[in-house]
Design a protein around this ligand. Structure first.
Ligand code: SF4
Length: 418
């Protein structure tokens, strides 16, 4: 079990070391970390599956470092390993191509560099075995790419690599915080968090914890209250909160207990924006009107959270969907995205808030759906819509005007009870 004091993996800067077999990735990692953390062997293909570990790296802060299998791995199993490595590269912040200094660049290295250069601004090149000299062709290729050179055995070049990674990491697109752009210093908020059977015993869930921390980081204050006590506290506060954030499952009660003009959104929408694209989800809401009579809906959750009897993904959302959108819709629940052929059979995808995974991972999912023309929404937006709370629940966001201008205005369903 992870230490609750630690930064979750999804919130860490993710660094992925990749390259050909025996490029020296694992020994580079050991030199980089100053420990025998990664398995090192002169036998090509020692690292079989990507291994991710969390570290605190001084100037780089909390990082998640992944060592991957060689990209030139062979055979059926090798191909699977290569795919796993590529999946990790696709969703990381800083991909680090590890290549031997004493050998010329290969076609594969040059191709993958070119593939990633446009998508990943923090892409970094490290030349290992620098003690064996720099091959003239590698020199020509590496020079415009600002490579760092490291001698894996002595560790020479590691301080320079750390400095280079610090500069490159600054180029990576990082996740925003839950309340980014929504509040100013000294603002006051109310956070409504139900403590029911679905709530984990003795603690709050990650979106609530991260939002409270963000309140403090932004020099604001908040009242954390259950939905039952909200109305009496709200009515007796004597000051108007800048924002009320509630759990999506109590949207309807919260909206009825506070004035219409009070800014209101949900934790799930905050995280839908932090981890994904609200504009994509809003377009997905607009597409609810066009769902076929035999709609096939994929509900994608990003982790195996404990499920209760009235679970949001397996019970509440299908029930509302059958009431408000399409009574014959068939639901499929998954944690991983099906292959492309199966994915094409779905008419809609409903994402969870993705609180346990990185924004890059959620964006890479969304991109797959976009390419296939499958509309996608998330729990928070769907529940806001089902409760007749769109566009209200997105009005607090600074980008609301642009969002509403771009997506067709979401049609309001009838009153739903969840
Ligand atoms: S299923 Fe999704 S929203 Fe629920 S805890 Fe896991 S990542 Fe977070």
């Amino acid at each position: 079990m992870s230490n609750p004091q630690e930064t979750p993996l999804s919130e860490r800067l993710s660094l992925v070391f990749f390259g050909l077999r025996n490029a020296g990735k694992s020994s580079l990692l050991n030199a980089f970390l100053g420990s025998q953390t990664a398995i090192v062997s002169p036998t090509p293909g020692t690292t079989t599956d990507p291994v991710t570990r969390a570290f605190e790296l001084g100037e780089l802060g909390p990082v998640a470092i992944t060592d991957t299998a060689g990209l030139d791995d062979e055979g059926d199993l090798g191909k699977l390993r290569v795919q796993k490595s590529r999946d990790k590269i696709a969703v990381c912040d800083v991909p680090i191509l590890v290549s031997r200094a004493d050998l010329p660049p290969t076609e594969l290295e040059m191709t993958i560099w070119n593939e990633l250069a446009e998508k990943k601004p923090a892409l970094t090149l490290v030349l290992t075995h620098a003690d064996l000299g720099l091959h003239p062709e590698k020199k020509v290729w590496a020079e415009p790419r600002n490579a760092a050179a490291v001698d894996n055995l002595s560790g020479a070049g590691v301080p320079e690599l750390r400095k280079l990674l610090q500069r490159r990491a600054a180029l990576a697109e990082r996740e925003i915080s839950p309340l980014e752009g929504l509040v100013n210093e000294n603002d006051f908020l109310i956070l409504v968090t139900p403590i029911d059977l679905a709530a984990p015993k003795g603690r709050l869930i990650l979106p609530q914890v991260e939002t409270i921390r963000d309140v403090l980081d932004k020099d604001c204050a908040c009242l954390v209250v259950k939905e039952r006590e909200l109305k009496s506290f709200y009515d007796n506060l004597g000051l108007k909160p800048k924002l009320v954030v509630c759990d999506s499952q109590v949207f309807s009660k919260v909206a009825s207990d506070i004035p219409e003009e009070q800014a209101l959104t949900s934790f799930s929408i905050l995280f839908g924006r932090k981890k994904g694209e609200l504009s994509v989800y809003l377009a997905g809401i607009a597409a609810l009107a066009n769902q076929p009579a035999d709609a096939k809906v994929l509900v994608l959750e990003a982790c195996a959270h404990h499920k209760q009897a009235d679970d949001i993904g397996t019970v509440k959302i299908p029930r509302l969907f059958h009431q408000l959108v399409q009574s014959r819709a068939v639901f499929h629940h998954r944690r991983d995205i099906p292959d492309e052929e199966e994915l094409k059979t779905f008419s809609l995808v409903i994402n969870c808030a993705g609180c346990m995974v990185s924004r890059n991972r959620m964006l890479s999912r969304i991109e797959k759906f976009r390419k296939l023309g499958i509309p996608v929404i998330n729990y928070g937006l769907f529940l806001a819509w089902a409760n007749g709370l769109l566009p209200r629940a997105i009005l607090p966001f600074p980008e609301a005007e642009a969002l509403l201008g771009r997506a067709a205005p979401p049609s309001k369903p009838g009153t739903a009870s969840i």
